[in-house]
Ligand binder design. Structure first.
Ligand SMILES: [Zn+2]
Ligand SMILES: [Zn+2]
Length: 277
């Protein structure tokens, strides 16, 4: 029914992400992979400043050690299954910090990196000089952070997760409808130029915006359709923090990709398990 290359999910969290249940390990997803048609999982936990990790009580860990500590669990999960695991991370990049939480040199320890350019309302304390209650301000920031991410240079494959998805905003329709096709074209042409993969993300079926008869958001489909027209590469991302969000997500993401005319040829190499350095 779907393209046979649609077997990966590169945006999956474990308990190294502070917002995931403490019980979520890489192996937690294994019982659900066969029914979901998933043979390749990319673990991409959030990166936090060391002080924040300490504030949560993990005094022995640092920004990087917390992420790297999941690697043995990836190998164990691989050994116990037919599922292959890749090691990525989800990186924040705030204007007030000025540089992403993983440097290009540090990124060499990962198979790929995802940038969360639209984490704005998730961390309002990083944007205190902006009026985040204004849809216009949030729209401008959402686009600006996407563009800023496209200007980064990393030696490992780069992707953007949940592209232009103003997470947590109650004004998502207004924000997205105010981004013109021309603006989207500019954004995605930059991503295409830099070989930055665009994520086919769970926002497509979350009920943050109205859903069509296929259970998908026309607004997020429009965003991805411009990315497709620009020739971008894509990867799938359930953004699951536990099995509940993992189960049932993949056929929805595949349905969206199929509607957009995305095939295996449009997938990022990493989404097909190909790692080139
Ligand atoms: Zn995110
Ligand atoms: Zn995520």
């Amino acid at each position: 029914m779907f393209d046979s290359d649609f077997y990966s999910d590169l945006h999956v969290h474990t308990n190294r992400s502070l917002c995931a249940p403490r019980t979520t390990e890489p192996s937690t997803y294994l019982p659900y992979c066969e029914s979901e048609g998933i043979r390749l999982i990319g673990i991409s936990d959030h990166v936090y400043p060391t002080e924040m990790i300490h504030a949560f009580g993990y005094k022995d860990e640092t920004r990087l050690s917390r992420l790297l500590s999941v690697r043995p669990a990836l190998r164990e999960a691989e050994d116990a299954s037919n599922v292959r695991f890749l090691f990525g991370c989800e990186i924040d990049y705030f204007p007030c910090v000025g540089h992403p939480y993983i440097s290009p040199e540090e990124s060499l320890q990962f198979d790929y990196v995802l940038f969360a350019s639209s984490h704005i309302l998730n961390y309002p304390h990083m944007y205190t000089t902006y009026d985040l209650s204004s849809p216009d301000v949030l729209r401008r920031l959402t686009v600006e952070r996407f563009v800023a991410t496209c200007k980064l240079d990393y030696p490992v494959p780069m992707g953007i997760c949940h592209p232009l998805y103003p997470i947590c905003s109650p004004h998502q329709c207004e924000i997205i409808d105010g981004i013109s096709d021309d603006c989207l074209k500019e954004c995605f042409s930059m991503a295409k130029e830099k070989n930055i993969s665009i994520e086919i993300h769970a926002c497509l079926y979350r009920q943050d915006t109205p859903l069509n008869a296929d259970g998908l958001s026309d607004r997020y489909l429009r965003i991805l359709s411009v990315a497709k027209d620009c020739g971008c590469k894509f990867h799938f991302g359930s953004d699951a923090h536990d099995p509940k969000a993992f189960v049932g997500s993949h056929d929805m993401l595949r349905k969206a990709a199929t509607l957009l005319g995305i095939t295996g040829d449009d997938l990022w190499d990493v989404a097909k398990g190909i790692l080139q350095r």
